[in-house]
Structures are given as structure tokens and as C-alpha cells.
Design a protein around this ligand. Sequence first.
Ligand SMILES: [Zn+2]
Length: 509
Amino acid sequence: MQNQNLTRRQPTANRIRQVDEKVKSVKVALEQINVEAAARKAGVPSSTLRYDLRKLEMALPQILTNQIPGPKPVEPASVQPTPVQGNRVCSECGEKVRKNGRYWILNWLLMLTMGWLGIQKVLVQRYRCKACGHEEVSEQRAQQAKAREAWWQQVNRLIGLSRFKLGLSVRKTQILVSFVYVRQVSVGHIERLSKRVGKEALGVLDKLKHCRQRVAEFLLYDETFPKMSKHLYSLGVAICENGLIRSVRCIKQKAKDIPAQLRAVVGEHFQPIYFLTDLDVLYQEYLKRAGLSLVHLRDTVHLIRQIIRLFEEAVRDVKLDVPKNLSIKDRKHQLQLKRRLLWKRLQPLLHLVFKAFSPGYESVCVLMLEGVVSQLQDPSIIIQTASVQTLAKRLQRFINKHGKTINLLLQLSIEKGTPTTTNALESKNSIFKPCSRIAKFFPCLEGCESFFAGVALMENFDVKTRGIHRQTSAMQRAEINLEDLGATDFFSAVHLPKPQISLPDVTNQ
Ligand SMILES: [Zn+2]
């Protein structure tokens, strides 16, 4: 702004005088002062007066610049004590404050702005009250204190990013910080911070159900087995159809911990209707124990996998009904041949199963599966050996068991665009897996749980740069009311705010 004033020219007769012009004339006037005489008259040492005059001279450009009209810019609130200004008086007793030596301190300002320079020190003037001994905070010291606070805030954010987004270990995080700032932070600090952030993240995840949000009808649940503490426990992960991770929990006793997690994830603003899982038979039981009456649906990928398994079993269970006097080698050969033949016969039917589950066939999927069963039972299509008959029976049982929910699942996916697979969940699990290499060093269950909560929260706020959800985060897709949540991003959610330092704080040396 000053530069603007310096260069502004007015063509009128009453032209606005340039600042440097004004400064020059006042400087000439200042030079006329007999400092010795003036100091004598004022009763101060001439060196002091000369110092003050020099300060006045330096401040001339600011003083002589025309004030910009309009409201003053709002100064950011500062928690620092007001530093010593021109007329230095003690804030305790009101007496005069005098210079009292100089001392070296770390130059936090440089560390914050140009950390790669390495450790820099700066000489600071101390001011002390002669009457009561109180040390007044100099402007320079206040600025350094602000920079120090800002430095730590920025470093803590870097640690948060390193631990929960990049998945770096404590030691690697230490290396990263010292690369950026050529200054070590202790392993203890990184560990304590990770623990604190994790705990906060756990709290934020727990808060999700109390926030206003888009109605979510699906609860997807899966257990993942990152290598944690010698497989003593697994990680239970719950998301909704928007891909928002709503809960992570270390599972030690399935029968107790999974129902507790399911109970805890549901709340005021998250009342799912459908429960989508893999084929684990115990989920129904867990639901009941959690006191939830959700419609239990099964992931189509697992359903298809189950059917493939039935087909494979049929091929494996082929029996040879030839005379037993055949040599072992010949028997083996014959069995192989028979298996290959059966597999060839079954393959078109299996392809029919795949087709049934593919897009466009949603309304006839179960009908097509029924068709496969009747083809399996048709002697003109396939020879009715024992293993084929068993396969037909098992597939029929499978349809009886899952037919209704398959129809519902596929119908919902057409009508509401809801998921038919737990793929979204499994891709989340792939985020946790690499982190488990670090997490295994957490000896306790709580530590592990909070660490993964941090990873999950970071993922929830992560704006995707590619894929179908490009440019949105799970929080946005789930339309979580951030006001209710009380945070706008990962860092503010876990109380790692941006450094509260303004540009003038940094540049006005
Ligand atoms: Zn004092």
C-alpha cells in the first residue's frame, strides 16, 4: 500500500506530495537539532535521545503516508502480552524500563519460514524495570514467541499428516520433520501426539450419528485382519452407502464386541434399514444381540463366490465307477479325464450364473439361477452323476435361502442406486492394511483402535482426485452437517489448527 502511495501522481495544481519528498524535508529538519543541548534540557542521556530520534526517522515513511480512507483492517486477536512500545514504562509499576543486556535465542521466525536453513539464532534485547525488576516483553521477543507457537502448530500438523495419511511410522515421521526443519522432535512427542489425535478422531467418529446428514439406509460391515498384535484381535469397520467410515473397533471377542459396535454406530441421525455383509452366518446373531432389526442382505461378490465354490466341489467330488482292478496310475488318469469333462459341461451353466448377477439382469437374476438348477437336473443336458445331483440340490438350497434378499438387494440398487457389494468397504480395508505394519507396535488395544480411527477420519475428509467419487469426500457425499460436527477438515476436527500467525507478524521484522 505504501508503494502505491509513493508512485501515485496527481496532475492537479494542488498535487498530493510524495511521501519520500515529505520524508526528505523532515529529515533535513531533524538534522538541525542540537542533540546535546536538547538532551541536557530534557534531562536524558544524549545517546538515548539520539536513539529515539533515529527511531523517529525510521518511522517517517509510515507517519507521513496519507491515511487510507475507510474502516481499519481488523487486527487478528492476539494472546501474546502487548510488547514494549516507544515510551517504555513498566507494566507492573509504571516506572521507566531500561535496556538490560542482550541474549541469544533460537530464531523461530526463520525456522518457521525457512526451516531448511538449519538452526538460526537471533540476538534479543532485554528490557527490565529498574524499580521492580520486572522484565518487559520486547516486540522482537513477542514476535519470536508467536513464531515458536506457530512452528509447533505446523510441525504437529505435519506429524498428523505423516501418521494418518501417509502411514509413516514414528521414526520415519521424525525423519520427515527433521528434513523439513533441520530440527528434531522427540519420538515421545510424536507418539503422544498420535495418541491424542487418535483419541480425538475416535470421538469425532462417534459424533457422526448425532449430526444432521443425508438419509443413509445401508450399514455395511466387515471384519478385517490387519496384522495386529500377533492376530490377537481384528478390526471391525462399519460404513454407510456413501462410503463414510462410521466406526472402527478392535474386535477381541466377536460375540461381545461386534454387537456393541453395531449398537454404537446407529444413532439419532443414522438409522439404517439394511445390513450388508459377507456370508458369515453369525452376523444375524450379532444383529439380534445388538438389538437391531435390520434387513440382512448379502454382498453379491460373496454370493457368486459361494456358487463358484459349489461348482468346484461338484467337480472335485467326481467318483469313478470303474472296476477296481485298474492300476492307481490309470485310475488317476481316468479321474482327471472325468473331472475335465464335467468341468466343460458345467462351465456354460456357471457363465449363466455370472450373467444373472451382471447389470441389466437384476429383475430376472433369481429366475435365471432357478433355470440353472433345472438345467442341472436335466439328463439331456448333463449326465446325472451323484456330484451333479448334489450340486443341483445345494444350489436350490442356496436359492431358497438367499433368493428373497438377492431380489431385494438388486431391486434397491436399481431404484435407489444403493450398493450390491461390500467392495467400498473392502477398499477401505486396503487403507488400513498398510497402516497395520505400524500399528503392530501398539501394544494395547485402545492404542490400535484410536490409531485406526485417525486413519478413518482422515479418509472420511479425503477429497478423491480420481475415480467415480472425484472431487468429493465421504463427508460431503454423506452430507454431514459440519456445523453439527464442529469441524471443517481433519485437522480442525482433531484440534490441530493452522498456525495462528498473520503475514505482518512474519514480515515486519
Ligand atoms: Zn516496574
